[in-house]
Design a binder for this molecule. Sequence first.
Ligand SMILES: *Cc1c(COP(=O)(O)O)cnc(C)c1O
Length: 222
Amino acid sequence: MFDAAHAYRCTHRGKRIGSFGACEVLSFHATKVFNTLEGGAVVTNDDVLADTMRLMRNFGFAGYDNVIHDGTNGKMVEASAAMGLTNLEALSSFVEANRIRYEIYRDRLADVPGVELVLYDEREENNYHYIVAAVDIPSRVTRDQLIDVLHAENILARKYFWPGCHRMKTYTGTAPTVSLQHTEQVAERNIVLPSGPSLTVDDVHLICDVIAFACERGIEHP
Ligand SMILES: *Cc1c(COP(=O)(O)O)cnc(C)c1O
């Protein structure tokens, strides 16, 4: 089973997302490249698994009064489906807008010391939805300082996905039970930068100016 939450309309090694593993789970949440406001999908080539998922989507009901499987209320509401159909029509234009913004970030940040944009593999089909920058360790600004600078300029960059689930009390109890060094190294460095059609190209240039200014100048330590 693969978490393909935000990989809609991408390929991996030349093959479209949707048919890897026993099943893939996609998110159609409002923050994803294809959204139905809320919702998602499980995609599989396994007919038995597909039938089971259909049962589970509707409380495990196989006809009236006959629950044959455990389940949940996983049905998509009409308004969400309508939103999805509308977004499907616009998807190509969203991807194109994302690509244009990604390329500006890529070109503008190429020579900025201390940050590295995570580059898309151009041999693949990409949705260019996430613009991920990794802050070097050490560098003149830490990742958290750069986030603070961006937030002070009302630029809503985010730490993604930090802290990892293995560091969240809800999942670990009082003490972390596993050590995931690689996850932590990545999670401590990453920033996700704003993108999408509602962000103007001028805004992207402005964001790059702020990043370049902070990274070149550094933050004075009190
Ligand atoms: C968004 C996301 C999810 C959760 O999707 P929901 O539709 O909000 O449940 C899970 N995994 C990853 C990697 C995501 O980005």
